[in-house]
Design a protein around this ligand. Structure first.
Ligand code: PEP
Ligand code: MG
Length: 586
């Protein structure tokens, strides 16, 4: 049923580097169940609860089976036929019912005991096929128990040792909990390069491959895997020779990374004197120090919503102020650009009332949330303005799609400042207020927006998804998510021109500027600032310091005249790789 031999699976490279380690399959660990008896009069109720748990588990398995059948065909779907047979196993069901009725055990305790015994019998079978069945039995057991306990997913907080995390998917808040000390690498079935879990992996320097589609079907707890985040491959149970080769490449990668760090104190200036502000994106205040160590001058995007998502309640003004002040002080005199909360889309905090929607990325997110929840928004605005006393704080709004939204948000900023002034609380009077340009609508009205914003920071992650109508987290259409689509290059050019006409600076804080080839084009398009994951900064700085602005401009002008993404890509890659081979990772 499973393939125990080695296999290489291709996905989307999401965070550079090579990780070698033992698999921790997320969602596969044992759930804790106490051995507590039920009273005799509750027996039938418990039996009914058990049956209901089996019904909902069956529905879940059938749904997965149908998806797999449609995507991969009957052969792969058979795993789930086997799971349904295990679920229907009469002997196991009778044994469980007997334990509930006669021993007064809870349904989850009785079922776990029964299926653990069945799995152990398979564990010692001579035939490999039966030994593999043990894993399937345990899988069904966990699924039923999760349904009985009403526990949708386990927590990632308790992983111990050093592992490679393999999961069907990771939510942004789960990814936010991961630490490089524990998680050596990440591999997920779902997701694209700019899904938030991928961004979190990059900002932690954890090699990752996403969009592996069905990797979790082929992998077992404890398998040895290699996550090749440079090439987007997951190698399961590689041969000893392959492992040696990966170890050699891992060493080479780390040496190159270290060599790039030598330039971290130098400015991001081209050989012909064009200077860019090179900043880092962070999700937590603690990451600001790492950003400086990797050569950032300032923080170009502080995604404050992770601060909200990490907490079970609304962070108070003083708490937020402390976090923002810390970042501002650390990077001063360089800017700390604090983005107001961007919940919604794939980021939730239940206490804020954001919910899963049919079209979450077109829904109640970003500035739309903040303008409707003024009381929450103003607390954040006050905290940001107060932090302005301690450094060069700038504020920006996410997801602006109309001038009305910018005006309303600016009016609330004015109110927040007046409140601070009237209560005698000091705040930064000269805080610039800019917008993220992430929607095609904002591109088309860039001239008007530029008159009322102090800067533009282009959020290419969303701008690409909205312009090309390609969900940034959907692995199935990841190949269509193309920063070199002419519509994207022309949108960026429109924004740079509109911004410069009004004398405001224009930056990019999407992941596009963390890619060395795209970075050359963005440099040539006249951007003033790049902000990307700290781990990508050294390479990008090397690129900027190697390419003359005149050459980058000529490349960008030519790229703008090409009509397909493929033409742009081959033109740009060929020139850049030929001319600057040393700036690209092996
Ligand atoms: C973007 O959309 O490019 C961006 C930087 O914001 P986020 O990735 O948080 O949506
Ligand atoms: Mg965005």
């Amino acid at each position: 049923m499973r393939t125990p031999e080695s296999i290489v699976i291709s996905g989307v490279p999401a965070s550079p580097g090579i990780a070698i380690g033992s698999v921790h399959l997320f969602e596969q660990e044992e759930l804790h169940i106490g051995d507590r008896d039920i009273s005799a009069d509750l027996v039938e109720q418990e039996v009914e609860r058990f049956k209901a748990g089996l019904v909902s588990t069956r529905e879940e398995i059938e749904q997965i089976r149908e998806t797999i059948r449609a995507e991969l065909g009957d052969e792969q779907a058979k795993i789930f036929d086997a799971h349904l047979m295990i679920l229907d196993d009469v002997t196991a069901l009778e044994e469980t019912m007997r334990a509930i009725r006669e021993e007064l055990k809870t349904a989850e305790f009785a079922y776990r005991r029964t299926l653990s015994r069945v799995a152990e019998e398979f564990d010692v079978a001579e035939d490999e096929h039966f030994r593999n069945t043990a894993a399937d039995v345990r899988d069904v057991k966990r699924r039923v128990i999760r349904h009985l306990l009403g526990k949708p997913r386990p927590s990632l907080g308790n992983i111990e040792g050093q592992i490679v995390l393999v999961a069907h998917d990771l939510t942004p808040s789960e990814a936010a909990m991961l630490s490089k000390d524990v998680v050596l690498g990440i591999a997920t079935d779902s997701g694209g390069r700019t899904s938030h879990a991928a961004i979190m992996a990059r900002s932690r320097g954890i090699p990752a491959v996403v969009g592996l589609k069905y990797a979790t079907l082929h992998i077992r707890q404890g398998d040895t895997v290699v996550v090749d985040g440079n090439r987007g491959k997951l190698d399961v149970n590689p041969s000893p020779d392959d492992l040696d080769e990966y170890a050699r490449r891992q060493k080479q990668f780390l040496a190159l990374e270290n060599s790039l760090l030598v330039d971290r104190e130098l400015p991001a200036v081209t050989p012909d004197g064009r200077q860019l502000e090179l900043s880092a994106n962070i999700e937590m205040p603690e990451e600001a120090e790492l950003a400086l160590a990797r050569g950032a001058r300032g923080i170009g995007l502080y995604r404050t919503e992770f601060f909200y998502m990490r907490s079970a309640r609304l962070p108070e003004e003083d708490e937020q102020y402390e976090a923002y002040r810390k970042v501002a002080e650390l990077v001063s005199p360089h800017p700390a650009i604090i983005r107001t909360v961007d919940v919604g889309g794939d980021k939730f905090a239940s206490y804020l009332g954001t919910r899963r929607e049919n079209n979450p990325f077109l829904g109640w997110r970003g500035i739309r949330f903040s303008l409707e929840r003024e009381e929450i928004f103003k607390v954040q605005l006050r905290a940001i303005f107060r932090a302005g006393v301690s450094g060069n704080v700038k504020l920006m709004f996410p997801m602006i799609s109309s001038l009305d939204e910018l005006r309303q948000a600016n009016a609330l900023c004015k109110q927040a400042r007046e409140e601070l002034r009237s209560s005698g609380v000091p705040f930064g009077e000269n805080c610039e207020i800019g917008i993220m340009v992430e929607t095609p609508a904002a591109v088309l009205i860039a001239d008007s927006l530029a008159r009322e914003a102090d800067f533009f920071s282009i959020g290419t992650n969303d701008l690409i998804q909205y312009t090309l109508a390609v969900d940034r987290g959907n692995e199935k259409i990841a190949h269509l998510y193309d920063p070199f689509h002419p519509a994207i290059l022309r949108s960026i050019k429109t924004l740079v021109d509109a911004g410069h006409r009004q004398d405001i600076w224009v930056g990019v804080c999407g992941e596009m500027c963390g890619d060395p080839v795209s970075a050359v084009i963005l440099l040539g398009l006249g951007l003033d600032e790049f902000s990307t994951s700290p781990y990508l900064l050294p390479e990008i700085k090397t690129v900027i310091r190697s390419v003359s602005f005149a050459e980058a401009k000529a490349l960008a002008e030519k790229a703008l005249r090409l009509s397909t993404a493929a033409d742009v890509r081959s033109f740009v890659e060929e020139r850049i790789v030929r001319k600057f081979p040393h700036v690209l990772f092996p």
